[in-house]
Design a protein around this ligand. Structure first.
Ligand code: UDP
Length: 255
């Protein structure tokens, strides 16, 4: 792990001071949590796979004009990113009903939604990330009107792009979570995509078999998490030639 100053440790990632002002190193851990960290585990090699999947997706999004915090991947578990002030709102985009919306509204899992549905949750571990309305975001000043409009526009554009990208490799993008941040450069403040996009924060179902290729395997004790994550990377054409579990063991030995 980086010898640099630790800035923040989250459930799946650690942030370290970057080499230059305004940069940060994002380190991907193998730790897995679910149900707001009530369930914990380690998936050997997950950090390596999520790092390359997220790199691939953020690069592709950058290529279609979505501003992101991603600068470059610098090692098997680390990427250099732009420092941002995280907007405390998780943006969830749903194409098919699954997870919390099924419980909340009594909808059967797998029901296709007539249009992509954008939901917002307040980012707070103590409160279990409660679902909120746009009015809460504006009332409490978590984002202003322009920022909210912009991040919602980006979220829908990202959904269109990623739905197509995954469909092309036989995967249905059921839902996913995005986080955005404010990036300050000179006198400018812009909203950019932050955090990660990986099977940890997406629901990905095989189009033919319906098999789950995401963190629901861990949440629901289905097993085969790493095989599923590697299958996503393999279909994206970015699986490292060596087995990630071996890479993870090797990195552990190196310290
Ligand atoms: N999600 C996430 N982090 C969260 C909450 C949700 O990455 O703190 C992702 C989750 O993996 C899924 C989507 O957002 O792809 C929708 O999650 P949902 O609201 O159904 O909640 P969950 O079933 O995860 O409790």
């Amino acid at each position: 792990m980086s010898r640099r100053n630790k800035l923040y440790e989250g459930k799946a990632k650690v942030l370290f001071e970057g080499p230059e002002a305004g940069t940060i190193i994002q380190y991907f851990k193998d730790d897995a949590t679910a149900f707001n960290a009530k369930k914990k585990g380690t998936l050997s090699g997950k950090g390596v796979i999520n790092n390359i999947i997220s790199e691939h997706i953020f690069t592709a999004l950058g290529d279609i004009g979505i501003p992101t915090h991603f600068i470059e991947r610098i090692s098997m578990r680390e990427q250099l990113i732009k420092a941002v002030e995280i907007i405390p709102v998780e943006v969830i985009i749903r194409n098919v009903a699954a997870g919390s919306i099924c419980k909340r509204l009594g909808i059967k899992e797998g029901t296709p939604l007539p249009n992509p549905l954008v939901e917002y949750c307040y980012k707070s571990d103590e409160l279990d990330d409660p679902i909120i309305a746009e009015e809460h975001i504006l009332t409490f000043g978590w984002a202003d009107e322009l920022e909210l409009e912009e991040l919602t526009f980006y979220a829908l554009r990202i959904n269109d792009f990623l739905s197509g990208m995954f469909a092309a490799i036989g995967i249905k993008l059921v839902d996913f979570k995005l986080e955005f941040g404010r990036h300050y450069e000179e006198d400018q403040c812009t909203v950019i995509l932050a955090d990660e996009i990986s099977p940890d924060g997406c629901r990905l179902w095989d189009m033919k078999t319906g098999e789950k290729l995401d963190k629901d395997r861990f949440r629901r004790d289905l097993g085969g998490e790493m095989e599923a994550y590697q299958e996503v990377a393999r279909r994206l054409g970015i699986l490292p030639s060596a087995d990630v579990t071996e890479i993870a063991d090797h990195l552990k030995k190196e310290g």
